[in-house]
Each structure stands twice: as structure tokens, then as C-alpha cells.
Design a protein around this ligand. Structure first.
Ligand code: FAD
Ligand code: DHB
Length: 396
């Protein structure tokens, strides 16, 4: 079967669904092709923190009702080291901007609901992209896949590769056309979701001689907690009691009233950590967005937010093209996104480097990290720099 659309989108993660939603609002037709089921995509436990700009975009485009009801607004974030807790006050340091704790699965569910009338083809197998090399014009780009056992093809003016880090779009671009910038970290995060009231109203990033730990949350009754671990850590070596024991040690506070609330572990897993960027983020009629183009290490909670800021720029480019026949914004897509991408890469790398133990580090490096933590929590200029990046840099 052959289908036609203006923008063919591969991947129904936050990038693909948000792009489809923004295009729909501009009267631009799109079809999203997703390898997994809606349930699988919605149940993946991933990001939890939205920059205010991401939340504002959801509200401005009519998908903010549940976010407004259930999102937890945070006006600060904590660092803990040497048992002492330091708060970054966004009201004071970030002109009152804030972050919102609202899980990625809810963002994705809200986008799916908004797309009820649009076209999302789920459980599409063997997707491949074709004829995207030239400039936009008469020749159409194509997405081929199998759905319901049948071979299908979508003809489109443009393809948006929103299929994540392991997707097929980026590897379909001829070798040599892209430059890869990459760094793999010698550790990962072991994360749990627990039926436990969060032990703190705000997130706590903890530096500890046993390794980094993070206390986060999803709802007023569900905690999300992480500990630094080996990248190849076997989750079977970590029964729940061992995880809680390690969290208690790393998140220990000098405040005798502070206690880590424990609860039933609902989900657990290990994630590796890397920094990755390809340049440019476009080849002919194929535009890469979100994790398909870049990965940040999770410290600082930027991945989802960066995916959303990419598709915002891309949607503007398509809107200008279809409205006025102008290609200048589309042609500037990669340059414009990469300016933000690199600043966010720098911030995520810096947060990661400051807060984790590296096995190549010695006692000097640990003293240096402690000095940096002392500086960033005591200097107004340094605190302000952290806060303005954490709540999200302004869109250009
Ligand atoms: P994805 O969410 O990966 O979506 C890509 C989609 O494409 C998927 O649905 C996939 O099934 C589909 N796909 C792949 N291949 C194909 C194919 N061949 N055909 C069709 N479909 C395909 N970010 C934050 O901002 N804040 C956080 O707090 C945060 N915490 C995180 C914690 C963890 C443990 C992890 C793993 C990530 C975290 N992130 C966080 C990062 C964030 O989850 C990602 O950056 C975000 O999901 C990127 O969205 P995306 O749409 O670009 O890619
Ligand atoms: C979460 C993840 C992060 O990477 C982070 O910096 C803060 C919170 C989370 O999953 O809640």
C-alpha cells in the first residue's frame, strides 16, 4: 500500500510525536511510523524533569491540562556532599524560572491522545528510508516498512528521523557525510522506581566517596532513585536490600532528622552513559532530531528537553517552507540546533564530571571535585550559571 504525506516521521518518542503535534497545529500533514506498540512506548521508564520552556510549549499548544494538574513545580534543587545539603534557589538565581517533575511516559501519553485524529502507524517492522539525498522538489522521499504483514510505503516531501540513538535514519546517511563527536563514560546509573513517598521535596544530587547518587521522584508517592555503578553492572547482583543500603550510605545527611523513605521496588535497570553529537543534523531531505542526533549523559536531565527544542526549530522551518515557500529556516536547522546542543552537552558533561567518581582519578582529583562543589555552592556567579542551565537556556 502506498501513502502520501508532507512530512514522514520515523519514531514515536517525544521528538516524533511532538513534531507531529506542532505540524498538525500549523496545518501540515505528517505520518509517524513507530516500531513498537503504544503500550511499550508509554511504559518505558525514562525522563522525569521538564524545563519550564518544555512545559510552556505543552501548555501553549493545548496539551498541558494534565501537566498543570499533576506536574510538580520545583523552585530549587539540592546538592549534598560531606553530609551537608546546599540548595540552588531558582527564584533568586534563575529569575524565577523553574522545572517541572512530570514523567516522560505522561508526556508521550498526552501526545498520543492529542494525535488521536492524526496518523501514527504502530508496530511497523523493518522501516527504511529512501530517495532523501537531493534537495526538496518534485522527487519524493520514501519510508518503507511492513505493518500487519504487508509491505507499505510513504511518499513525502521530507523525512524527520526521530528514531532515537539506535534508530535507522542516522545510519542511512552515507558514511562521510556526518562527523561524529563521542565520549563514553566509565560508569552507568542503576535506577529504581519505588512505591515510596519522596524523602525530599526537591531533587538531591549527592557526591560521595562510594559514588554518585540521585534522589528524584515521579509523583508525591513514587520515588525515582539512581546510583552510579559499573556500565556493565549485572542487575541480578543488586537485590533490593543492597540497593537501599547503598542509597542510604550515599545520600546520608548530617541532619539527624533526615531519613531515606524505602518502599516496594516497582522497576529497576542499568543505563550506560555517553555524550554523542553528529554534525550536521541534516542530509538532503532527511532531518535528524532528538536522540537520533545527540545523546547527553543523564546528569542534569536534558535529553528529553533537547529533543523538544530540536523539533520546535524543525516545525518552524517546515511551517515557513509550506506557508511562504522559503527554505532559509530549514536550511539553518542544523546550525541553530547545534548551538544549543553543544551548550547542553557542555552542561551535562560538567555536571557528570563534577559529581561522579572516575576510576582513573586519584586523591588530587577528588579534592579538586570537592573544591568545585564548594565553589559552585558558595559563589553567586557559579550558582547562577548552574541554575540558568538547569532550568533551561532560553530559545535563541
Ligand atoms: P526516543 O525516546 O528514543 O524515541 C525514539 C522512538 O523511535 C522510539 O519510540 C523507538 O521505539 C522508535 N524507533 C527506533 N527505531 C525505529 C525504527 N527502526 N522504526 C520505527 N521506530 C523506531 N531526559 C530528560 O530530559 N530528563 C530526564 O530526567 C531524563 N532521564 C533519563 C533517564 C534514563 C534512564 C534514560 C535512559 C534517559 C533519560 N533522559 C532524560 C533522556 C530522554 O529519555 C531521551 O533523551 C528522550 O527519550 C529522547 O526522545 P527521542 O524522541 O529523541 O527518542
Ligand atoms: C531524573 C533524571 C536525571 O537525569 C536527572 O538529572 C534528574 C532527574 C529523573 O529520572 O527523575
Amino acid at each position: 500500500m502506498s501513502l502520501r504525506t508532507q512530512v514522514g516521521i520515523v519514531g514515536a518518542g517525544p521528538a516524533g510525536l511532538m513534531l507531529s503535534h506542532l505540524l498538525h497545529r500549523q496545518g501540515i500533514d505528517s505520518i509517524v511510523v513507530e516500531a513498537r506498540s503504544r503500550q511499550y512506548v508509554e511504559e518505558r521508564v525514562r525522563a522525569g524533569v521538564l524545563e519550564q520552556g518544555t512545559a510552556d510549549l505543552m501548555a501553549e499548544t493545548g496539551i498541558g491540562d494534565r501537566l498543570k494538574r499533576e506536574g510538580l513545580i520545583h523552585h530549587g534543587v539540592m546538592f549534598r556532599f560531606g553530609g551537608q545539603t546546599h540548595r540552588f534557589d531558582f527564584d533568586e538565581l534563575a529569575n524565577g524560572r523553574c522545572i517541572i517533575v512530570y514523567p516522560q511516559n505522561k508526556v508521550v501519553a498526552d501526545l498520543f491522545d492529542a494525535a488521536a485524529g492524526g496518523r501514527v502507524i504502530l508496530e511497523a517492522e523493518d522501516a527504511s528510508v529512501h530517495d532523501f539525498a537531493g534537495a526538496s522538489g518534485v522527487a519524493k522521499a520514501k519510508i518503507r516498512f511492513r505493518a500487519g504483514g504487508e509491505a507499505q510505503e510513504i511518499e513525502c516531501d521530507f523525512i524527520a528521523g526521530c528514531d532515537g540513538f539506535h534508530g535507522i535514519c542516522r545510519p542511512s546517511i552515507p558514511a562521510g557525510a556526518l562527523t561524529v563527536y563521542d565520549r563514553v563514560y566509565p560508569f552507568g546509573w542503576l535506577g529504581i522506581l519505588a512505591e515510596a513517598r519522596p524523602s525530599s521535596e526537591e531533587l538531591i544530587y549527592a557526591y560521595h566517596e562510594r559514588g554518585f547518587a540521585l534522589l528524584s521522584m515521579r509523583t508525591p508517592t513514587i520515588s525515582r532513585l539512581y546510583i552510579q555503578c559499573k556500565p556493565e553492572e549485572d542487575i541480578n547482583d543488586w537485590p533490593d536490600a543492597r540497593i537501599w543500603q547503598e542509597l542510604k550510605l550515599r545520600l546520608a545527611s548530617s541532619d539527624p532528622n533526615w531519613k531515606l523513605t524505602e518502599g516496594k521496588v516497582l522497576q529497576k535497570g542499568v543505563t550506560g552513559m555517553r555524550s554523542f553529537v553528529v554534525e550536521p543534523m541534516q542530509f538532503g531531505k532527511l532531518f535528524l532530531a532528538g536522540d537520533a542526533a545527540h545523546i547527553v549523559p543523564p546528569t542534569g536531565a536534558k535529553g528529553l528537553n533537547l529533543a523538544v527544542s530540536d523539533v520546535r526549530v524543525l516545525a518552524d522551518g517546515f511551517a515557513e517552507f509550506y506557508r511562504a515557500g522559503k527554505k532559509s529556516t530549514l536550511e539553518d536547522y542544523s546550525r541553530k540546533c547545534l548551538r544549543r546542543v553543544w551548550k547542553v552537552q557542555r552542561f551535562s558533561w560538567w555536571m557528570t564530571s563534577m559529581l561522579h567518581l572516575f576510576d582513573t582519578d586519584n586523591a588530587f582529583d577528588q579534592r579538586r571535585q570537592l573544591a568545585e562543589l564548594d565553589y559552585v555552592t558558595s559563589s553567586r556567579a557559579a550558582s547562577q550559571s548552574l541554575a540558568e542551565n538547569y532550568v533551561g537556556l532560553p530559545m535563541e
